[in-house]
Ligand binder design. Structure first.
Ligand SMILES: Nc1ncnc2c1ncn2[C@@H]1O[C@H](COP(=O)(O)OP(=O)(O)OP(=O)(O)O)[C@@H](O)[C@H]1O
Ligand SMILES: [Mg+2]
Length: 268
């Protein structure tokens, strides 16, 4: 057997071993719905990270899949005393890594990482954790981040009875004007209090349930000193104006931007 073949065999047996360890802890990856998802998502690095999180007792069971996105898979899971949580796993092999580097490389918080694919994805995961934390710390409605390891983020489950709250696009608000004002308030607080721009805000990344709107998917969020922060903020505002524009009157996009960034607008 060539060196390559031996490497593959070693990796396979390490994966099986981790898989057995996880099963022993009650986490059955083998039950994951389709084989393709299992092979693409649960590679050696991911299983090792899951193993560590299970060992630290952060999670104690992985349930069904909630979503398969462009770069991440989202699963419902259990932690502690039977609380629901969410596991977001960024795929290492098939993730959209080029887009990620654009956001990471302009962010001074991540200026010094070595720029290979794995590192970028790990930094991205950490960035989503810290973005959620920053938003939560100023009282914004986002899932509480619980832990992260490598490409895995554990956060609070936003939903009820194991059913996630639907995305805004699938569950529009009853009073569009109030909803629009609520969203503008969230964007403003995110910028002024948490010092973040979401950067991918849309009716897909807002959940609606329990009588309010929740911001999710914050991996790409950047600080105001990112060179493209104001462009991203303007795009978020445009997206929300487009969405709410078919239900109610909206305000001028430039004025909203000026109102949010205030003095920042004139700093070079
Ligand atoms: N904390 C959470 N609680 C409940 N449901 C969630 C939570 N986080 C994500 N989801 C569900 O999973 C879906 C995808 O999550 P998210 O938007 O974070 O990733 P994504 O869009 O797949 O990312 P990508 O942009 O990489 O494709 C959401 O639309 C939502 O339905
Ligand atoms: Mg999303």
């Amino acid at each position: 057997m060539g060196r390559r073949g031996e490497e593959t065999k070693k990796t396979d047996s390490r994966i099986e071993e981790l898989d057995r360890e996880l099963s022993r802890m009650g986490i059955r990856i083998r039950d994951t719905d389709q084989r393709k998802v299992r092979d693409e998502v649960f590679d050696e690095v991911t299983l090792l990270a899951l193993y560590k999180l299970a060992n630290r007792k952060v999670i104690n069971a992985v349930g069904g899949s909630i979503s398969t996105g462009k770069e991440a898979n989202v699963f419902i899971a259990k932690r502690g005393d039977d609380l629901d949580c969410v596991i977001k796993i960024y795929r290492i092999r098939t993730g959209n890594f080029n887009v990620m580097s654009d956001y990471i490389l302009g962010d001074p918080r991540f200026a010094s990482i070595r720029k290979n694919k794995k590192n970028i994805i790990f930094a991205w995961t950490k960035k989503e954790f810290s973005n959620l934390k920053r938003a939560l710390d100023v009282g914004l409605p986002v899932p509480e981040p619980i832990a992260f390891d490598r490409n895995i983020l554990i956060m609070d489950f936003i939903g009820k009875d194991e059913v996630p709250y639907p995305q805004l696009r699938l569950n529009p608000v009853d009073d569009p004007e109030a909803g629009y004002i609520e969203v503008l308030g969230l964007i403003t607080d995110l910028y002024q209090k948490a010092r973040l721009v979401h950067g991918d805000l849309s009716e897909y990344n807002i959940l609606h349930g329990g009588g309010k709107l929740w911001l999710i998917d914050m991996g790409q969020a950047v600080t105001p000193d990112h060179p493209s922060a104001h462009r991203f903020l303007f795009r978020d505002i445009q997206n929300m104006n487009r969405y709410f524009g078919s239900w109610c009157e909206t305000l001028d996009e430039h004025e909203i931007l000026r109102g949010i960034v205030g003095e920042d607008f004139f700093t070079p």
